[in-house]
Write a protein that binds this ligand. Structure first.
Ligand SMILES: *Cc1c(COP(=O)(O)O)cnc(C)c1O
Length: 360
């Protein structure tokens, strides 16, 4: 049987070891006689799962006691609203860096709550780059600076952490959190929908500097209040227990791989192999500025778009799934998150070379 590799942007591939472990534990978690799905979220079994997941995530990312780690629902999209509701703290304005599709959605939602100062945009490069930091028009009176370190659709990733002085930095890390080590202390808030690089859909991880929580806009529902979630251990209501458990298994798996430094080295290698194949051919093109190419999401086009359909069909036939680019960009996109084995990238490159040679 052909080995299958899933290049979906999200929900995305999970480590096979994690899925096997979940299968083994599906009906009876650790002799409890219950599936994790059947447990009370307030029972000792699930509480131990939840606490272990948080401890492992803190260990992986080096998250200090100055931060809350929240396990929420509503996706990154809810954070587009939750960030201004919690972080404006009486200020009328926030700075946003616009680097593509997800930045734009965050900006549109923030405009419902405050004035948005679009401090920089890469529109002039058609969002294939990151605006140089020395051109950013940051306002020191803004409540926070929001950016999207990895644009999942455009395949653009920041190569350095922005410097925002005393203004809190907020990051939508949905498609890059856990892909490499991170200096958490530089951030006010980090959030990520789980279904890219963390676990199954339904879970949203939010890391909040404690001193920034507790000052919500008047009328903020408690479900949108970081402090209310923190005070209840992310159990203000029934949390997404199974997704939380699975994310915990992913955190354990990452620790077994040697942690984020080891994973980053593998991710760097996988991306290098794929970009080298693209750059080494006249048939494939990456639209993205080489300095800002994502390690996680790799869009590319074929010299002849007429061949796109055949490329996708034959790729699927060779076990290489979900390579179709986002509808707004076209072409192809290979998402190569932590759980994509190096062998998957090697198989993709081999297929691409053969397709180029034979033109399908
Ligand atoms: C997928 C994605 C989102 C949307 O996430 P949901 O969990 O579906 O709300 C937001 N931002 C980025 C960068 C993403 O990749």
């Amino acid at each position: 049987m052909t080995e299958l590799y899933n290049f979906s942007a999200g929900p995305a591939v999970l480590p096979e070891d994690v899925l096997c472990r979940a299968r083994d534990e599906l009906l009876d978690w650790h002799g409890s006689g219950m599936s994790v799905m059947e447990m009370s979220h307030r029972g000792k079994e699930f509480v131990s799962i939840a606490e272990q997941a948080e401890a492992d995530l803190r260990e992986l990312l080096g998250i200090s006691a100055d931060y809350y780690v929240l396990f929420l629902q509503g996706g990154a999209t809810s954070q587009f609203a939750m960030v201004p509701m919690n972080l404006l703290r009486g200020k009328p304005q926030a700075d946003y860096i616009n680097t593509g599709a997800w930045s734009k959605k965050a900006i549109a939602e923030a405009r419902r709550y405050c004035a948005v100062n679009e401090a920089a945009t890469s529109v002039s490069s058609n969002f294939t780059s990151v605006p140089p930091e020395d051109t950013w028009q940051l306002d020191p009176d803004s409540a926070y600076v929001h950016y999207t370190p990895n644009e999942t659709i455009g395949g653009v990733e920041f190569s350095a952490l922005p410097a925002t002085g005393t203004v809190p930095l907020v990051a939508d890390m949905s498609s890059t959190l856990l892909s490499r080590p991170l200096e958490i202390s530089r951030f006010g808030v980090i959030y990520a929908g789980a279904q890219k690089n963390i676990g199954p859909a339904g879970l949203t991880v939010v890391i909040v500097r404690k001193e920034l929580a507790g000052m919500t806009l008047d009328g903020t529902p408690s479900m949108y209040d970081y402090q209310a979630h923190a005070d209840s251990g992310s159990m203000l209501n029934t949390p997404p227990t199974y997704s939380w458990y699975l994310a915990g298994l992913v955190f354990q798996w990452l620790r077994e791989q040697g942690g984020l430094a080891a994973i980053a080295e593998i991710n760097r290698r996988k991306a290098a192999v794929l970009y080298a194949a693209i750059d080494g051919s006249d048939f494939y093109t990456s639209p993205v500025d080489p300095v800002y190419r994502s390690w996680m999401n790799v869009p590319f086009t074929l010299a002849d778009a007429e061949l796109d359909k055949r490329f996708l069909e034959q790729a699927a036939g060779a076990g290489l799934l979900n390579l179709k680019g986002h509808r707004s960009v076209g072409g192809m996109r290979a998402s190569i998150y932590n759980a994509m084995p190096e062998a998957g990238v090697v198989a993709l490159v081999g297929f691409m070379q053969e397709f180029e040679r034979s033109r399908g």
